[in-house]
Design a binder for this molecule. Structure first.
Ligand SMILES: *Cc1c(COP(=O)(O)O)cnc(C)c1O
Length: 393
């Protein structure tokens, strides 16, 4: 039955809730509230809602619940809570869990807004955070302590595509009694499900591959029923971070093609990375399934494909990177990722501009580094466009 379905089948069918009309496509229930049959049934629903009973869209909604059930089935967790953005998911998973006096260990190579939550927000409420080099297991071992409530990491870091051994970090964290929270955006649930390697909570920015067409902001927290409904949901539904039903509908449609899109994009990414590697104008080409990647063995063992992202470093620094970008015709200069349209990003001057120079250097964000999100265009066209960029350097 549904539990035995392969991912591609789950992406199309799991979670569907049909109304009395038997509609084929998922319906959008654009409603904030729900009318009760009687005062008694309103009272009963506030005491305990059944599976198909909703109270208010901030708490839950049929379309949103379809998305939650579908992504939970694909990630392989008991439940999921859909959020207004990826950052609402990261903030919700962390903030709902900790209190003053708790300790968190986090890898240092993080999406800028994740760093803001850990460094600026949680610190103000008395939560202590220790940052480690996520690839160095000794640093994780040295950092955990009895008050460590959670460890946080991005399984593949942005923008240098460093891989973290989730299984090894989870062993260290669990031995210390800490929960493992993984931001799995770059890996996608198609190529690597973090729960398989011991993650307790997996967060996604659905804005990226799940929508996949650059339309809507969204996020999701996947985990056990206990974590999702007793820890994350109370915090999120009362503080306003829930996903809108319209967004859930966009994401449900995105999921139906998620596997096809991710695989096509990863095939092109490998083709492009292989073709560019060794070019004399580049100091490095970073792609998890290139043998030159520092964690190639880990990437091969834990990811069924190398992902949809690659990074290249131009020897000529910022000037070369800008000339390269300005010569592109197909690739768009933007900062989203996982989109059907290929995107080139210069992290040092955009997504990671805020970081001090020494931090950038530490994270490998050099002036010539470009992050490339490979889209659904023809791989040959994409490569030819990049060659045009290189010629302009
Ligand atoms: C984009 C992104 C986020 C934030 O997601 P939003 O939907 O933009 O809020 C968090 N983590 C990673 C790794 C991301 O790429």
């Amino acid at each position: 039955m549904a539990d035995d379905w392969k991912t591609k089948t789950k992406l199309v069918h799991t979670g569907s809730r049909r109304s009395q009309y038997g509609e084929m496509a998922e319906a959008i229930f654009l409603t904030q509230g729900f009318a009760y049959e009687s005062a008694e049934s309103a009272e009963a629903r506030f005491i305990k809602s059944g599976d198909d009973e909703f109270i208010y869209a901030r708490y839950g909604n049929p379309t949103t619940r379809m998305f939650e059930d579908r992504i939970a089935a694909v990630e392989g967790t008991e439940d999921a809570f859909a959020t207004a953005s990826g950052m609402a998911a990261v903030n919700g998973a962390l903030t709902a869990l900790v209190k003053a006096g708790d300790h968190i260990v986090s890898s240092r190579a993080l999406f800028g807004s994740c760093l803001y939550i850990l460094e600026d927000v949680l610190g103000r409420f008395g939560v202590e955070v220790t940052f480690v080099d996520g690839t160095d297991l000794d640093q994780w071992r040295a950092a955990v302590r009895p008050t460590t409530k959670a460890v946080f990491l991005e399984s593949i870091s942005n923008p240098t595509l460093e891989m973290i051994d989730v299984r090894a970090v989870a062993e260290i964290a669990h031995a210390a009694g800490a929960l493992v929270i993984v931001d799995n955006v770059f890996a996608t649930p198609i190529f690597s499900r973090a729960v398989e390697f011991g993650a307790d909570v997996v967060v996604y920015s659905a804005t990226k591959h799940i929508d996949g067409q650059g339309r809507a902001l969204g996020g999701v927290i996947c985990g056990t029923k206990d974590f999702v409904r007793k820890v994350a949901e109370p915090y999120l539904k009362h503080t306003g971070g829930s996903m809108s039903p319209f967004t859930a509908w966009v994401m449900l449609n995105g999921m139906q093609t998620l596997d096809l899109r991710c695989r096509a994009m990863a095939d092109s990414a490998l083709h492009i990375a292989s073709a560019l590697e060794g070019d004399p104008r580049l100091s490095r080409v970073i792609y998890p399934h290139l043998p030159s990647h520092p964690q190639y063995d880990l990437a091969k063992a834990t990811m069924s494909a190398g992902g949809t992202m690659l990074s290249i470093d131009l020897k000529g620094g910022k000037e070369a990177a800008f000339r390269f970008m300005n010569a592109l015709e197909i690739w768009k200069i933007s900062n989203n990722l996982g989109d059907a349209k290929s995107i080139a990003t210069h992290p040092a001057t955009t997504t990671h501009q805020r970081l001090p120079a020494d931090q950038k250097a530490k994270l490998g964000i050099t002036p010539g580094l470009l992050r490339l999100s490979v889209g659904l265009e023809d791989a040959g066209d994409l490569l030819a466009d990049l060659q045009r960029g290189l010629a302009a350097v």
